[in-house]
Design a protein around this ligand. Structure first.
Ligand SMILES: Cc1cc2nc3c(=O)[nH]c(=O)nc-3n(C[C@H](O)[C@H](O)[C@H](O)COP(=O)(O)OP(=O)(O)OC[C@H]3O[C@@H](n4cnc5c(N)ncnc54)[C@H](O)[C@@H]3O)c2cc1C
Length: 505
């Protein structure tokens, strides 16, 4: 990786005009030359991407430069320079760039300048009593959670590394252990394609404590900038959740042949309000990372509230589960009994539901085999994320489709079913492969392609896309005129295509 000098003439790059270099030189002066990286040109004239490898082994995009601004003002200045110069290059932004399995830091298309916003890492303001924080995109879930330790508020954590971005994850509609993260986005500070910075949704007012509510009056604009190519987000107001007084995670195991009946039973508990947060159901392959024996699927049912409520609900759920005869094991004491074989993992799981992350990423490393810092270089992981109706037959069908993919490609997929509510499941399909083995890598990508084809044919449509399947956004949206409207907005707000198009376009 070469560093762009703060002063002096930048090295010329094949095929890129002087205007681009003038813009880049000005950016270098604005943010500091050491915060701009360029691709290295090899003797073969194939530039080596400054983004480095990605764990999915998706094709590395030809990136023109990576810029690492430190402030929202830097971002505003950079976007304005791009807009004013009229150069044919677009900006792709990320927070901590840990979009593992979906492309990590890669933009959708070649030729982008990448904005690495991990340096915008200020928690600008926080009000524990009212339940909000103003976060920049580089703020990790571990940092925010540490600040909230011992308070009456908590963060809606994901099961990814503790060192991933709260805002970045929410902007791709990530899913936390309490609910989908977009539900926590109350307001956004966005740099529009012409360089203007606007705030939409709810923002704190210094003189009067208004209730934290995202929609305001009139059209609600926060979601316009989620999975969006209409702006670069420089900060967000994020809801902090009330911390439950008590919390328990009940563990259930069942055999795969009981999938339809067991998931239908769990769905009834969700529909009747017995559970809190996202109920998780792991297929055999995914359950292994949590210590379940071969041949067993796993369910984590979280209950929380006052201590008395938790005791009562734990009793109801375990009694229901035992009475159903569907589960091979029913346990509510893994986290409290140090003698159970599942104790350490169960403690981690309960802590995560309670908003208390593990900064050492023990469980994350068990699942991936790598640390957050080395995963992109050493690990091979692909993700496929469809939504599936929360019914026994639909979830049994998921199992059949995964068996078909196994038969066709030899790839055994892990599947975690995250119940977003009583009707919709976020189905996280995971494929692990040996990244140094070209055949295994090609096979995993073949399996990913089959997943897109097979699942979407059933109506199980993904809610997030990897960088190689961005074209599916157009194919999968019903022909209701919505995409044409989105295109009109894009043309209106960004006629020069300053913000990287293509991620969900
Ligand atoms: C073992 C494992 C477990 C995982 N568990 C979960 C889980 O529980 N839930 C989950 O959701 N994911 C999970 N993931 C996937 C992924 O790691 C997380 O979603 C992670 O939070 C995404 O990385 P990030 O936070 O750095 O987001 P980023 O990579 O920074 O951002 C994601 C995308 O959002 C957009 N974006 C980000 N910032 C901006 C901005 N400022 N302006 C405009 N657009 C922006 C870009 O399109 C970017 O590609 C898991 C992955 C693994 C390997």
């Amino acid at each position: 990786m070469t560093l762009f000098p703060a002063t002096g003439t930048p090295q010329r790059q094949t095929g890129v005009g002087i205007d681009f270099w003038t813009v880049l030189a000005r950016i270098g002066q604005m943010v500091g030359g050491d915060r701009v990286s360029l691709p290295v040109e090899e003797t073969t004239h194939v530039p080596i991407t400054p983004l480095g490898p990605n764990t999915g082994r998706y094709r590395s995009r030809a990136v023109r430069a990576v810029v690492r601004p430190r402030t929202a003002d830097d971002v505003r200045g950079i976007v304005e320079l791009f807009a004013d110069s009229g150069i044919a290059a677009s900006l792709h932004a990320y927070g901590t760039g840990a979009n593992w399995g979906l492309g990590s830091r890669e933009p959708a298309r070649d030729g982008a300048v990448v904005l690495d916003l991990s340096g915008l890492d200020r928690i600008r303001d926080i009000d524990v009593a009212q339940g909000w924080a103003v976060l920049e995109p580089g703020v990790t879930q571990a940092r925010l959670a540490t600040l909230l330790e011992g308070t009456e508020r908590m963060v809606n954590l994901t099961a990814s590394s503790a060192h991933t971005s709260v805002v970045g994850n929410a902007l791709d509609r990530g899913v936390g252990l309490r609910h989908q993260r977009v539900e926590d986005l109350m307001g956004l500070e966005v740099v529009l394609p012409d360089g203007e910075s606007v705030r939409v949704g709810w923002w704190p007012e210094p003189d009067r404590p208004t209730p934290v509510y995202a929609h305001g009056l009139g059209p609600s604009l926060v979601q316009l900038f989620v999975q969006s190519d209409l702006g670069v987000v420089t900060a967000a107001t994020v809801r902090l959740l009330p911390r439950p007084e008590a919390l328990r995670v009940v563990r259930l195991n069942f055999t795969p042949d009981r999938t339809e009946a067991a998931t239908a039973a769990v769905r009834r508990w969700v529909a009747q309000g017995l559970t809190s947060g996202v109920v998780k159901i792991y297929n055999e392959a995914a359950a292994r990372a949590y210590g379940s024996p071969p041949g067993r699927c796993l369910v984590h049912v979280c209950v929380d509230g006052t201590p008395e409520a938790v005791q009562a609900l734990t009793g109801v759920v375990t009694a229901e589960a035992t009475r159903s005869g569907l589960f091979t094991e029913v346990s509510d004491s893994d986290a409290t009994d140090p003698d159970t074989p599942h104790h350490d993992i169960a403690v981690q799981v309960e802590r995560a539901y309670a908003g208390d992350p593990d900064p050492t990423d023990t469980l994350f490393e068990t699942k991936t085999g790598h640390s957050a810092g080395t995963l992109d270089k050493e690990g091979g992981i692909l993700l496929f994320l469809p939504l599936v109706p929360f019914t026994g037959p639909a979830l049994a069908r998921v199992g059949e489709l995964l068996e078909q993919v196994l038969a066709e490609t030899g790839i055994r997929c892990g599947a975690t079913l995250n119940a977003l509510n009583a009707d919709v499941v976020d189905c996280v399909v995971t494929m692990r492969f040996a990244r140094e083995d070209e055949h295994a890598t090609a096979n995993a990508h073949r399996a990913l392609n089959r997943l897109y084809t097979l699942f979407t044919a059933e109506g199980f449509i993904p809610y997030r896309l990897d960088v190689e399947h961005t074209g599916w956004a157009g194919r999968l949206t019903a022909g209701t005129g919505e995409r044409a409207l989105a295109q009109r907005l894009k043309d209106l707000l960004d006629p020069q295509q300053v913000i990287a198009p293509g991620r969900y376009a």
